[in-house]
Write a protein that binds this ligand. Structure first.
Ligand code: TXA
Ligand code: MG
Length: 330
């Protein structure tokens, strides 16, 4: 298949919308990461998403909307807590899990009786969704297990020839995926940490919000079980920021024949060893994280990341780093 590369003008948006309604896959930008869109009302289109990504079929998809009125088309019940979150926080880098309407296919929800819904903050995402004129399922537009794409060129890297079109929009501002908040039960639970922090949600709900941290937990987002965000070279994660320790880890790798790189802050500390600046604020780190991993895996054969922030947002970044490193925390 010849993938079309489309832009944000009326004619291309019309075409992107038509491709979705014709059951084709169209990748599009959001403020978190690029998504791989399909018509949520077309089972074959939704199924082809799993195929294009090589994604396990028991990992459900997020349904994307551009207008809050569409929530009633997808969810069967909106609790008082859910209403507060929807009214105060959406649109946002936040996905809410609600009881699903029976019309929502099991292919989307992997057989669960809930559905994940997100209204992106990005204007480009919302414009595309408006032209699609129906709810659109979209996982991150990467091959399953790889770092999510935060610019259209990385979508092309993974999806060229496999999907009908890529809408070439802006680079993703946030750079890590949305927070997944389960509001389908008695108490709110964060299933995947993300751009919106527990503190922001607590402030709206006026009560504590649990965060699931054990990847094997039964009440987890199914997707959190799988290998994720991984570069194609080995990776280690340090959370101490100790330069002497990082240098000796690096030197040992060199002695073993590797060509490593340090992905860390204050790179002048590392005495001329191969380095990449991870960024000095949480926002910078998140924005560039997946792009850095995809860039460094081309140039080096071992990535040593070091990250020490402990702000609420940093917990979400750390969640991605730990998984990118396959749990190899040194
Ligand atoms: O920022 C994002 O959320 C991006 C952009 C494209 O919107 N999308 C994204 O999709 O990250 P994906 O498929 O890579 O991750 C979706 C996550 C998975 O962890 C999945 O298990 C969870 O959402 N999920 C989807 N439906 C669910 C449900 N009904 N209950 C619990 N978790 C659900
Ligand atoms: Mg993903």
């Amino acid at each position: 298949m010849q993938t079309k590369y489309l832009h944000f003008n009326d004619a291309d948006l019309q075409l992107a919308g038509k491709l979705i309604r014709d059951g084709q896959l169209v990748a599009f930008p959001t403020e978190t990461v690029y998504g791989l869109g399909a018509d949520a009302y077309n089972e074959n289109a939704v199924k082809s998403t799993y195929l294009a990504k090589g994604r396990p079929s028991d990992n459900p998809l997020i349904v994307h909307i551009w207008n809050k009125s569409q929530i009633a088309d997808v969810a069967s019940y909106v609790s008082a807590d859910a209403r507060k979150v929807i009214d105060s926080l959406m649109p946002a880098s936040l996905t809410v899990v609600l009881p699903k309407r029976k019309e929502i296919s099991d292919c989307i929800t992997a057989g669960l009786n809930t559905v994940a819904i997100r209204m992106p903050r990005s204007q480009q995402a919302r414009d595309f969704l408006r032209y699609a004129d129906r709810p659109v399922t979209a996982p991150s537009a990467n091959i399953s297990g790889r770092p999510s794409p935060t610019c259209w060129q990385r979508v092309a890297e993974d999806m060229d020839g496999k999907i009908a079109a890529v809408l070439c929009g802006d680079d993703c501002e946030v750079g890590i995926e949305s927070t997944v908040l389960d509001l389908s039960g008695d108490s709110p639970v964060i299933l995947r940490p993300g751009a919106v922090t527990p503190q922001q949600i607590q402030a709206v709900l006026g009560k504590p919000v649990n965060v699931i941290t054990d990847p094997k937990s039964k009440v987890n987002s199914p997707g959190v079980r799988y290998k994720h965000y991984a570069p194609c070279v080995p990776m280690a994660l340090d959370i101490s920021g100790n330069a002497a320790k990082l240098c000796s880890y690096y030197d040992e790798l060199v002695a073993r024949g590797y060509r490593p790189v340090l992905l860390a802050a204050d790179t002048q500390r590392f005495g001329g060893r191969n380095c990449c600046d991870i960024g000095s604020t949480d926002e910078q780190v998140a924005h560039a994280l997946f792009e850095n991993l995809r860039k460094l895996e081309r140039q080096y054969d071992y990535i040593i990341a070091s990250y020490t922030s402990d702000t609420p947002f940093a917990q979400s970044i750390l969640n991605r780093l730990v998984r990118s490193a396959g749990g190899n925390v040194i």
